[in-house]
Write a protein that binds this ligand. Structure first.
Ligand SMILES: C[S@@+](CC[C@H](N)C(=O)[O-])C[C@H]1O[C@@H](n2cnc3c(N)ncnc32)[C@H](O)[C@@H]1O
Length: 211
């Protein structure tokens, strides 16, 4: 696939672009209806007028090899925001452990473009990670943890986050090869889980992506 050809439509704002002006392109990744009616989806300009399937296929070619997991025992409101950040930072897959249902609002429909899978229990997640030879790194500020600022994050790994209130379950901490904290400097005990996920994913990017 190539970059979007220059369209005479100039409305490249967050509210989207209008109908394609001029002869409609025939390339298979374009969605005819979007070309005709305009594209107001929450996608970067490169993907304007592309079908959802074409966007997912293009992302699949360049996803990073880290995964993100979040425990969901109490309907955690952070999950949508974590999915959105996972999409932005190019995570391979988001794993939701526990309750199947989660509040999609914060995802801003990015879940359509992000692989999201469910595991009933931490044991199921651990089994999946073992089969994939994927180290689990628990992210929480609990006794015995090490600092993310000085920790060499593996290229292939799964970051496991806890939920607001209880934090990570004992089973999750037990399953991890390391427990990693984001150093804080204020009076609050913690940052919220989606903020922690964004910081962690960006730390991985800082260690593994060459700019
Ligand atoms: C609101 S925290 C709750 C637990 C926290 N350990 C406490 O003592 O209050 C929810 C989740 O956000 C993540 N988190 C929050 N602050 C963090 C930090 N400074 N370092 C690493 N993870 C953090 C962890 O995954 C944690 O399980």
């Amino acid at each position: 696939m190539t970059d979007l050809p220059e369209s005479p439509t100039h409305e490249l704002s967050t509210s989207g672009v209008g109908p394609w002006i001029g002869e409609l392109p025939e390339d298979p990744w374009f969605d005819r209806e979007l070309l005709e009616k305009g594209d107001t989806r929450n996608v970067i300009d490169r993907y304007r007028y592309w079908t959802m399937e074409a966007i997912v296929a293009d992302l699949d070619e360049k996803r990073h090899p880290f995964h993100v997991a979040i425990e969901n025992w109490q309907h955690d409101m952070n999950i949508g925001s974590i999915v959105r950040s996972a999409n932005a930072f190019g995570a391979d897959t988001v794993h939701i452990v526990g309750r199947r249902r989660w509040n999609k609002r914060g995802a801003m429909v990015t879940d359509r473009y992000q692989h999201v899978v469910h595991h009933d229990t931490v044991a199921d997640l651990v089994e999946w990670a073992k089969a994939e030879n994927m180290p689990i790194l628990a992210i929480d500020n609990v006794p015995g943890c090490v600092k993310i600022e000085t920790f060499a994050l593996p290229e292939r790994c799964l970051f496991l986050f806890g939920q607001e209130g209880p934090g990570l379950s004992p089973e999750a901490i037990e399953a991890a090869e390391a427990v990693i904290e984001i150093t804080q400097f204020g009076s609050t005990r913690s940052i919220n889980a989606s903020a922690a996920a964004a910081v962690t994913m960006h730390s991985w990017v800082m260690q593994h992506v060459t700019f």
